[in-house]
Design a binder for this molecule. Structure first.
Ligand SMILES: Nc1ncnc2c1ncn2[C@@H]1O[C@H](COP(=O)(O)OP(=O)(O)OP(=O)(O)O)[C@@H](O)[C@H]1O
Ligand SMILES: [Mg+2]
Length: 352
């Protein structure tokens, strides 16, 4: 009998972190094979896709009129179905190479998505060439990928800050006990920086510049030595190019709004968590995952506000993909209800 597991050339089952900012693919037996921006360039004259991933992202803001550069996922959910489906198809083909059988695919979804949004992910996976598409809650995958043993009766708090959504979840016995999902995440940080620069310096900057500012000098806790960055944009008064120097000290003020929303969410989840599980979280601390968790000082700020020890998981951006990889490896041993993986009804102990 064939067993379609591991490095079999017949089929390579895969886990996909289908994110607003990036797609990361984990192939069973091979590990993470692909990490690309969720960006697609479409030629509007011919209605065809011309570039996907990094190559499409490089065109952002520099595209001719007939090329539209699209981010087909917004705030964690599919906003442009056909383009998402083609993007997944392209990544599956790249990841699976010459495998004979179509793969089984595990894809993450943020907490609190609607039935229709969930269905769209399953359909997109299957139409993109998956033999079967299974879904997993993003914070559950993030916790697994962060190395947390989520199947014990111990409460663990995960704060996953992506590009489109921040999921705050308390997980115990493999299931999400309390959660809150907010659209305050990486993209909102960028927008807040754009608004700040416009308001304070009368300069219009693009999304990519705002993201670079966030990554290079973004900070919500003071650096021992302030970081500076020269930023070019268009003067809103004269319409001409203008350069200003921004300091990391300005960044908390710039991003205050989305940061406060995340802090409020964390506090609200703690308030609604059963007392015994709060005790566990106090003991084990809060774990942050997702690209946005790398914002300088956010862990310390959360620690100050909650008085709970907070740490960023190793390789935070890869946690969800690694988690889907663990699930893919154990797909035959875990309980699935409909299309959804349900670790709270575990069939057998699974391995990492
Ligand atoms: N060093 C950094 N500091 C702050 N933010 C960062 C850093 N590196 C990456 N980011 C941000 O992380 C976000 C992407 O994270 P991630 O890949 O986890 O999101 P995603 O999974 O695609 O989104 P979502 O889960 O919301 O659908 C982007 O907004 C990016 O700008
Ligand atoms: Mg994510």
């Amino acid at each position: 009998m064939f067993k379609f597991k591991g490095k079999s050339k017949l089929s390579k089952d895969i886990g996909i972190d289908l994110g607003t900012a990036s797609v990361i693919v984990h192939v069973n037996g091979d590990g993470i094979v692909l990490h690309e921006p969720s960006v697609v360039a479409v030629d509007t004259n011919t209605d065809t896709i011309v570039k996907i991933g990094k190559e499409a992202q490089a065109m952002l803001g520099r595209n001719p009129d007939h090329i539209q550069v699209i981010r087909p996922l917004k705030e964690g959910v599919i906003s442009c179905y056909d383009v998402t489906q083609k993007m997944i198809q392209y990544f599956i083909r790249r990841a699976c190479g010459n495998a004979i059988l179509p793969p089984r695919v595990v894809i993450c979804i943020p907490m609190g998505v609607t039935e229709v949004e969930t269905r769209a992910v399953v359909d997109a996976g299957t139409q993109a060439g998956a033999r079967k598409t299974y879904l997993v809650d993003e914070p559950v995958a993030a916790a697994l990928g962060a190395g947390i043993d989520i199947n014990t009766p111990v409460g663990n708090m995960i704060v996953d800050i992506g590009g489109g959504t921040t999921d705050v979840a308390v997980i115990s016995l493999g299931g999400v006990v309390v959660y809150e999902s907010k659209k305050a995440a990486g993209d909102k940080f960028d927008e807040a920086i754009m608004r700040y620069v416009r308001r304070k310096y009368n300069i219009a900057i693009g999304e990519r510049t705002a993201e670079q500012i966030k990554i290079r000098i973004g900070a919500v806790y003071e650096h021992p030595q302030a970081k500076m960055m020269n930023v070019k944009g268009r003067c809103l008064v004269k319409g001409l190019p203008k350069e200003v120097t921004l300091s990391s000290k300005e960044m908390l003020e710039a991003m205050m709004e989305p940061i406060s929303e995340i802090l409020d969410s964390i506090c609200s989840v703690i308030e609604r968590t059963p007392p015994d599980l709060v005790g566990d979280i106090l003991k084990h601390g809060i774990v942050m995952t997702g690209g946005g968790s790398q914002l300088y000082g956010l862990d310390r700020l959360i620690e100050d506000v909650t008085s709970i020890k907070t740490r960023v998981a190793p390789e935070p951006m890869l946690c969800v993909a690694k988690g889907t990889g663990i699930l893919v490896k154990n797909l035959d041993d875990i309980s699935i209800t409909g299309d959804k993986i349900d670790l709270s009804k575990r069939k057998r102990v699974y391995s990492r």
